[in-house]
Design a protein around this ligand. Structure first.
Ligand code: GTP
Ligand code: ZN
Length: 201
């Protein structure tokens, strides 16, 4: 069993309880006036439970699990991975929000860097949890700062929230932008350079 995640108070049960999720989905179907025993819905609680297990898999992972491959390359200039696809779940309505993340950092002078794919894996660890976009953004920035100990980090996330598109205010297409900037990337010139690379198409 994986240790319960304690970062920012997220996660406490330690592992996904599939039977409980299945019972809850069955109950929800009854609550909306559906018949969970009809042909088309019979397998649905089990399917939804398995889907949630995937969608919230990040509750049972830590950033250290994915930021594993670090090299000493002596590279101490900015590394930026743009347009990392984000699929997450709004913790207020449990509906998706999706978009892209841009993750950049300036390695320490010793040049401790990570594999590029690991940045995308890190995004997934935090995206696969019940989330708000602001917390997702800062968790990515702070875990990079503590694990790679770089000179600076920038994380910019742009997402459309289904809770604003398909219900409620119903504004499809509205995008939310959040950023978290740490260390030397707070310097206005460095930050401007990073932002111009992020915004360039
Ligand atoms: N700051 C922030 N707000 C979010 C995020 N995802 C959803 N929300 C907002 O969370 C708020 C929840 O507001 P409530 O008034 O409690 O819920 P509601 O009555 O369903 O709100 P409406 O969506 O306005 O109908 C809404 O304004 C959502 O747009 C997020 O990632 N960050
Ligand atoms: Zn929402």
């Amino acid at each position: 069993m994986t240790d319960p995640v304690t970062l920012d108070g997220q996660g406490s049960i330690g592992e996904f309880d599939e039977k409980r999720a299945e019972a809850a989905v069955r109950e929800l179907l009854l609550a909306v006036g559906e018949d969970p025993d009809r042909e088309g819905l019979r397998e649905t609680p089990g399917r939804v439970a398995r889907a949630y297990k995937e969608i919230f898999a990040g509750l049972y992972q830590q950033p250290e699990d994915v930021l594993t491959t670090t090299f000493d390359l002596g590279h101490d200039e900015m590394v930026l991975v743009k347009d990392i696809e984000v699929f997450s779940t709004c913790e207020h309505h449990l509906v998706p929000f999706r978009g892209v993340a841009h993750v950049g950092y300036i390695p320490a002078s010793t040049g401790k860097i990570t594999g590029l794919s690991k940045l995308a894996r890190l995004v997934d660890v935090y995206a696969r949890r019940p989330q708000v976009q602001e917390r997702l953004t800062t968790q990515i920035a702070e875990s990079l700062m503590s694990i790679l100990e770089p000179r600076g980090v920038i994380v910019v996330i742009e997402c459309e929230h289904m809770c604003m598109s398909m219900r409620g205010i119903r504004k499809p297409g509205a995008k939310t932008l959040t950023s978290a900037v740490r260390g030397q990337l707070r310097d206005p010139a460095t930050r401007a350079e990073a932002m111009s690379l992020i915004m360039a198409s």
